[in-house]
Design a protein around this ligand. Structure first.
Ligand SMILES: N[C@@H](CCC(=O)N[C@@H](CS)C(=O)NCC(=O)O)C(=O)O
Length: 342
């Protein structure tokens, strides 16, 4: 029989495991990061537009810029980030164990990940959905023509789960060809190991430009799922959760109030109360988060607002050339909406 005492002991141990090493040492994640002088950020092993090392080995992408924005807010320097490349399968364990302080890696917000894995999604930095890519010479124009197809897919993803739901719902069969990394999945597709590659649509754009001949492939029209992608923290440290949430909200509000990395110093003279609060001149400032009052200013000055980050990494100023679409602001035809800074 398990005594009350040992049940309590187990609960304490599992709570410590759940909240990671930072809490196990009685230290908040904010204190840990400040002491280390660096933010440990989990990224992918390489997905163009989201998190990808460039030719000089520097990390780039919309998810990388979120890590930089957090470092600017917390440490005053967007360069103080240690990037930890993680496959889909490895990412949640790295966060649960305390190896990383935040996961910023094209990760879909789901109930199971929030509820069962002991994580908290910070918000959404890119609304995505799953699709399929085929070689044009397969002669297929719709995903509904894929009955019996072999499908290249990455393990440990919602992609795998949606794939089987979709084929089952449409009474079709498929043969999964499963890989652990994104690079291997794209190579498998390119070398003809499968008829179609499936992943988040953003990933399909990224895969297509990686092919030796991008024009040999096309993306089918069906979007088979909702993939709200966003940064993730561990449960058990509410202040850190707030810092991550308000970093994202500041980038989105920065766009809404037209504050950019180029005009932010000029904006310090603005009389608009919204702008003054975003830049920490008035309003709640940094106190409630344990940050310096200029945390919002630092995010926008060093990294930029959401639109700057989007266009530079995945948007029209990038090779991916993705339109804002549903990722436009709520007052511009999209669903990107941040709570107010006040
Ligand atoms: N959003 C989906 C899929 C995320 C995912 O890992 N996608 C693959 C294919 S685009 C990827 O990013 N791989 C990069 C890597 O493993 O480093 C999820 O959260 O499960």
């Amino acid at each position: 029989m398990v005594s009350k005492k040992s049940t309590f002991g187990l609960a304490v141990i599992s709570a410590l495991l759940f909240t990671g090493t930072a809490s196990a040492e009685g230290q908040s994640t904010l204190d840990k990061v400040k002491k280390a002088g660096v933010l440990s950020c989990g990224v992918s092993t390489g997905l163009p537009g989201f998190s990808n090392p460039n030719a000089e080995g520097q990390w780039e992408g919309i998810d990388v810029e979120f890590c930089q924005a957090m470092a600017a807010a917390v440490l005053g320097d967007k360069g103080k980030v240690k990037y930890v490349p993680l496959t889909a399968k490895e990412r949640f364990t790295a966060l649960q164990s305390g190896e990383i302080d935040v996961l910023s890696r094209n990760t879909t917000w789901t109930l199971q990940r929030d509820g069962t894995l002991g994580l908290n999604f910070v918000g959404v930095n890119y609304y995505d959905g799953q699709g399929f890519m085929v070689k044009k010479d397969l002669g297929v124009n719709s995903a509904l023509e894929l009955d019996g197809a072999s499908v290249c897919v990455q393990s440990g993803t919602t992609t795998e789960l949606n794939l089987s739901d979709y084929f089952r719902a449409n009474a079709m069969s498929f043969k999964p060809v499963v890989y652990d990394t994104y690079d291997a999945t794209v190579k498998g597709f390119e070398s003809g190991r499968c008829d179609t590659l499936t992943t988040d649509q953003s990933g399909l754009y990224a895969s297509r430009i990686k092919l030796a001949d991008p024009n040999s492939a096309e993306v089918l029209p069906e979007i088979i799922s909702k993939e709200p992608l966003g940064p993730v923290v561990r449960q058990g440290d509410d202040n850190w959760f707030n810092i991550a949430k308000w970093t994202l909200n500041t980038m989105i509000n920065g766009e809404e109030f037209n504050i950019t990395s180029a005009n932010v110093d000029e904006m310090l003279k603005s009389k608009d109360p919204n702008i003054r609060r975003i830049l920490g001149q008035d309003g709640p400032k940094g106190k409630g988060l344990g940050l310096n009052d200029d945390w919002g200013y630092q995010i926008i000055k060093q990294v930029g607002n959401y639109d700057e980050s989007f266009q530079r990494t995945v948007g029209t100023d990038s090779p991916l050339n993705i339109q804002r679409g549903v990722n436009a602001l709520w007052n511009n035809g999209g669903i990107m909406y941040a709570p107010p800074i006040r």
